[in-house]
Design a protein around this ligand. Structure first.
Ligand SMILES: Cc1cc2nc3c(=O)[nH]c(=O)nc-3n(C[C@H](O)[C@H](O)[C@H](O)COP(=O)(O)OP(=O)(O)OC[C@H]3O[C@@H](n4cnc5c(N)ncnc54)[C@H](O)[C@@H]3O)c2cc1C
Length: 434
């Protein structure tokens, strides 16, 4: 199911033009630096949905594509605040880590979602909603913001998804696909699992309903007064009974870990799932060449708009520049050609024996690995997938619910993290630009 949005949203461009999402690491670090003083107010202010969204970090596109890592964000915040004052913010970053870890242990949830999605056909109802003609002024407002900026506040995402599932009674998979297409932070784990949570599949039987009182409390009063005829739909929400699904079993473990043996003939492949490779275990490895690719096939399949393609392409170019500086070898950035063929051609051209990369998380790029692997093996080239230790360390904790995960990660890792931050006040990586 592919729907594209054709409504011109000029007024939103003016309203949200100040919202720029950093597409380079240095800009992301600058934005993080600007947010750190506000992190202590986050627990109080984060739920309010106001134009500009100044009370939340707006770092999600940068974190999702790992221009900066979750760990860097947490350590930077802890450097300036005691844990208790910023706990809520850190907990939200850990929601992201939880969803990623949870899906990594249950990748079939992603493939089941794709399968269901392929059985849902485009319809006039989807088209009119996605063109901001849903018949509800508040929902149309959020659609315009999403399509224009590539971002929605968390609360708006929850209200929108609840309306889509429980009021409009549309398949949650189609709503998730709409978000995935337009959100700059569109993420297989956070997005799919959040939609499942709203629909009552993630915590079986427990749905999320958006209520009028909640919108009135947290939406900007000026904005809501001009959209107030949309409130009636949230007056008396009735939950759509969730589909009957069993508990999703864990089908993957941490066991399939590649190890990197040094070889002079290695090439480094950088992709949009992790763009801070020079801040990973690969930093010290010697590479003879670097290739940065884009997952253009999946961009097409999911009908990403040009604005999102431009944003990811800019982030890929930034990764290429940093890689060239770091490894001092020829670096090619290719954002127009499908990556599987591109990698094969590049590996052959440079006579590579091994192509090394950071393992992409569950999602479209990961789905392309079997084809890539097969084409490289045919040419006698090995594909080595390296995991970040910080991801592997916490994955095992996502066997149950979030609060169990949070307890285990806090106990095991925060002690280390807080200790490392307090013993090393000047972290090398966090050299904030002025
Ligand atoms: C239906 C729905 C779909 C969503 N889809 C995505 C998605 O595709 N990609 C995505 O990154 N997030 C998604 N989220 C989670 C959340 O809405 C966004 O991460 C958050 O709004 C990003 O804004 P921010 O960077 O200002 O967050 P902040 O409030 O500043 O939080 C800091 C960081 O913590 C993480 N985070 C915060 N809240 C959550 C959360 N509830 N779940 C997971 N991680 C969180 C993000 O990485 C975020 O950048 C979704 C939530 C819902 C309800």
């Amino acid at each position: 199911m592919i729907i594209t949005c054709a409504v011109p949203f000029a007024s939103y461009i003016t309203l949200y033009s100040a919202m720029i999402f950093p597409s380079s690491r240095i800009e992301a670090l600058t934005q993080l630096g600007g947010f750190i003083p506000l992190a202590a107010l986050y627990a109080r202010d984060r739920n309010h949905v106001k134009p500009g969204h100044a009370s939340v970090s707006r770092l999600s596109p940068a974190i999702r594509h790992r221009l900066i890592t979750e760990q860097e964000v947490v350590e930077a915040v802890l450097r300036d605040h005691p844990f208790g004052r910023v706990q809520k913010f850190i907990q939200e970053v850990y929601w992201r880590r939880y969803w990623k870890s949870w899906l990594a242990l249950r990748p079939q949830v992603w493939s089941d979602y794709l399968k269901s999605l392929s059985g849902i056909h485009d319809s006039l109802v989807f088209r009119s909603i996605e063109n901001a003609q849903s018949g509800n002024a508040i929902i149309d407002h959020f659609i315009r913001e999403l399509v224009t900026t590539g971002y929605l506040h968390n609360h708006a995402r929850m209200w929108f998804a609840a309306w889509w599932v429980h009021e409009a009674r549309l398949p949650w998979q189609a709503g998730a696909a709409f978000f995935f297409r337009h959100l700059l932070d569109g993420d297989p784990a956070s997005n799919t699992l959040s939609w499942r949570w709203v629909a009552g599949l993630q915590t079986p039987g427990k749905t999320y309903l958006a209520r009028r009182s909640n919108l009135e409390k947290y939406m900007d009063p000026e904005q809501i007064s001009s959209l107030s005829n949309g409130l009636a739909a949230f007056e008396n929400p009735q939950s759509l009974p969730p589909e009957l699904v069993g508990k999703s079993p864990m089908t993957c473990t941490n066991e399939q870990v590649d190890t990197l043996t040094l070889s002079d003939g290695d090439g480094l492949w950088i992709h949009e799932e992790d763009l801070a490779v020079e801040n990973s275990p690969l930093a010290k490895h010697v590479f003879s060449t670097v290739l940065v690719t884009a997952d253009v096939d999946s961009w097409k399949n999911h009908a990403f708009p040009n604005s999102k393609i431009d944003w990811i392409s800019a982030a890929l170019h930034d990764a290429g520049i940093r890689a060239e500086q770091h490894w001092q070898v020829s670096t090619r950035v290719e954002t127009k050609v499908a990556h599987v063929n591109m990698i094969l051609q590049w590996a052959k051209f440079h006579n590579l024996q091994q192509v090394v990369t950071l393992r992409p998380d569950v999602g479209p790029l990961n789905d392309s690995l079997p084809a890539l692997h097969a084409s490289l093996v045919d040419a006698g080239i090995r594909l080595i997938l390296i995991d970040r230790p910080e991801d592997l360390q916490i994955r095992q904790f996502a066997s149950g619910g979030f609060f169990q995960f949070w307890k285990l990660t806090q106990k095991k890792l925060f002690a280390d993290s807080i200790a490392s931050v307090s013993s090393k006040p000047q972290q090398l990586w966090i050299d904030f630009p002025q």
